[in-house]
Design a protein around this ligand. Structure first.
Ligand code: ADE
Length: 241
């Protein structure tokens, strides 16, 4: 997979793309991560990328030309293959979820666009992008942090990125539920004991305990998730207890 981020602040991505799991995935050639400064595609000699809004009002609006040219520079010359998803990071976008991360992880090329201004010229929304994504109901100073969130959540799903293949399919949200509690040594820490069942070596009982704890935690913290989760009859009986 290839992911290109269009931003006026490519330096913000240096640490995130180079460190930890993303850095390793890149090193192993599992993903190509790039940044493009779309100011380089400005059609003015001063590198202007924004302008005042037609109709008046405060704030600046990102002009269409630099963003169209930057996206086209990444797609021109391509003769075959699927078209890239061109994703605009903005608070008005569709809410980013684990399901969306799974969908994007199946693509071969993503282009993420980050703005730092009041808004985007509407023609960018209408004719350049395929998706608009928001990472939550709050307003950031720009789309960069949101793009980092999306890249991180997508890349960790790519085959070979996580050491333990089971870890992505079992974590919170992939099952539709929150994760069960985890414990490691010591079995007794300051008198706080690890549940006996986890020390029992009885795999079936452990699996049952984990499922029940996942359900309990989801019911307590995110009951909304239970509506969409795939539940067995046994799960439903536990929830009713
Ligand atoms: N840009 C500013 N705020 C944002 C948000 N919540 N999600 C995505 N992009 C943004």
């Amino acid at each position: 997979m290839k992911i290109d981020v269009l931003t006026l602040f490519p330096e913000m991505f240096e640490g995130v793309f180079g460190a930890s799991i993303l850095g390793k995935a890149r090193g192993k050639g599992l993903v190509k991560l790039g940044t493009v400064n779309f100011r380089d595609f400005s059609n003015s000699k001063h590198g202007t990328v924004d302008d005042t809004p037609y109709g008046g009002g405060g704030g600046m609006v990102l002009k269409p030309e630099p963003l169209f040219a930057a996206v086209e520079s990444l797609t021109e010359g391509r003769t075959s293959g699927s078209r890239p998803r061109v994703i605009l990071m903005c608070p008005q976008g569709e809410r980013f979820t684990q399901r969306k991360a799974e969908e994007l992880a199946r693509e071969s090329h993503l282009i993420l666009i980050c703005g730092h201004y009041e808004g985007y010229d509407e023609r960018i929304r209408e004719h350049l992008v395929t998706d608009e994504l928001s990472i939550g109901d709050y307003v950031l100073t720009g789309g960069e942090l949101a793009a980092m969130v999306v890249v991180d959540a997508v890349v960790r799903l790519l085959p070979g990125v996580l050491g333990n293949e089971a870890s992505a399919s079992e974590d919170s949200f992939s099952t539709g539920l929150l994760e069960y509690p985890h414990y490691t040594r010591p079995a007794d820490f300051r008198g706080w004991k690890v549940p006996d069942v986890l020390l029992s070596g009885h795999h079936e009982r452990i699996a049952e305990w984990r499922r029940r704890e996942s359900l309990r935690r989801t019911l307590q913290r995110r009951p909304d998730l239970l509506e969409k989760a795939e539940l067995t009859d046994k799960d439903r009986r536990w929830l009713e207890e």
